[in-house]
Design a protein around this ligand. Structure first.
Ligand code: ASP
Length: 310
């Protein structure tokens, strides 16, 4: 049994392990842990308190996958609900679908009895104001309001900077029955174009789990993980016989073929529950914990240099 997460999962990992210890399922563990991060206002990359899109609206993406059945549920560009991971789980359990977005996702959340709430905290709203104007040179700031009411595309190209304002939480758990589940939740890029959906709710891009081989969750530049199916690649390379680290390295170096490769991070496990974290950015960490441990360990991620893989 084990729970693995991105570094910001520290807020929820003990809860996930407690669920496994009590005989709970991997699915329950990753959902409960993700909810704690979603509710944590100081994490501006996930759930409540997340940074908004260009219009100042918090739009959330999340997905959950059951490695036993390969069933999955996801929501994208969802506004007004604090726990997209639980709505994603309901999509998996209550609908013959995998992914709901925007208005449809909000309608479904209401039908399932989730409470609507304001997710934009004062702290996030302040950074939003400063972030937009800070991204523009002084002599162009007057253009900001015109941009917001008119040409958002130009504004998105200037302000949606993945290196400065992004983040996501990944959780992977393997329970006492050997079942693996994975959960991913994010508010996406800060100042993104409204309606933009990243890799987090795209099964195979930002999230994948298969009991037979392992699981992977991604953070970083979501468009890249979508274009290269990164999470599924990690699992597929293990299926093809690669060891865990080699599978992750191969999936990462596949990104180097993209003309505009930038930040990517992943956490993964193999079917024996061995964890790993990998990144293109030196200094990043991930955390993991087993039921035998008193607390989580935070470990450096293996760093890969994609410039040498081109
Ligand atoms: N992958 C997320 C997204 O593209 C952002 C991040 O993890 O930094 O929405």
């Amino acid at each position: 049994m084990i729970v693995v997460s991105s570094a910001n999962g520290i807020v929820g990992i003990r809860e996930a392990v407690a669920i496994l210890r009590a005989g709970g399922s991997a699915l329950d563990a990753v959902e409960a842990a993700t909810r704690l991060v979603e509710a944590f206002p100081d994490d501006h990359t996930v759930g409540y308190g997340g940074y908004p899109n260009l219009l100042g609206e918090v739009e959330l993406d999340a997905s959950i996958m059951d490695g036993r059945t390969l069933r999955a549920g996801a929501v994208g560009a969802l506004k007004g609900y604090k726990h997209p991971i639980s709505i994603a789980r309901k999509v998996m359990e209550e609908l013959p679908h995998v992914l709901l977005v925007g208005e449809g996702a909000a309608r479904f959340a209401a039908e399932m009895g989730f409470e609507q709430e304001n997710l934009l905290t004062e702290a996030a709203a302040t950074v939003y104001q400063q972030g937009l104007s800070g991204a523009l040179p002084e002599d162009q700031r007057a253009w900001l309001n015109v941009g917001i009411s008119g040409n958002l595309a130009r504004l998105a190209r200037i302000t949606a900077d993945p290196e400065r304002a992004s983040g996501t939480v990944n959780f992977i758990a393997q329970d006492g029955d050997g079942n693996i589940a994975s959960a991913v939740s994010t508010s996406g890029w800060a100042w993104k174009y409204p309606g933009r959906v990243g890799d987090s709710p795209i099964i195979g891009a930002g999230n994948y789990a298969d009991n037979r081989y392992g699981a992977c969750g991604c953070t970083g530049w979501g468009e890249l993980a979508i274009r290269c199916s990164t999470a599924h690649s990690v699992v597929l390379y293990q299926r093809m016989g690669f060891g865990l680290e080699q599978a992750c390295r191969q999936a990462m170096s596949d990104l180097a073929a993209a003309a505009d490769t930038t930040t990517m991070n992943l956490v993964a496990i193999n079917r024996d529950g061995r964890p790993i974290g990998m990144t293109t950015v030196p200094g990043r960490t991930f955390v993991w914990m087993t039921p035998e441990m008193e607390g989580p360990v935070e470990e450096p991620r293996v760093v890969v240099d994609l410039t040498t893989s081109k």
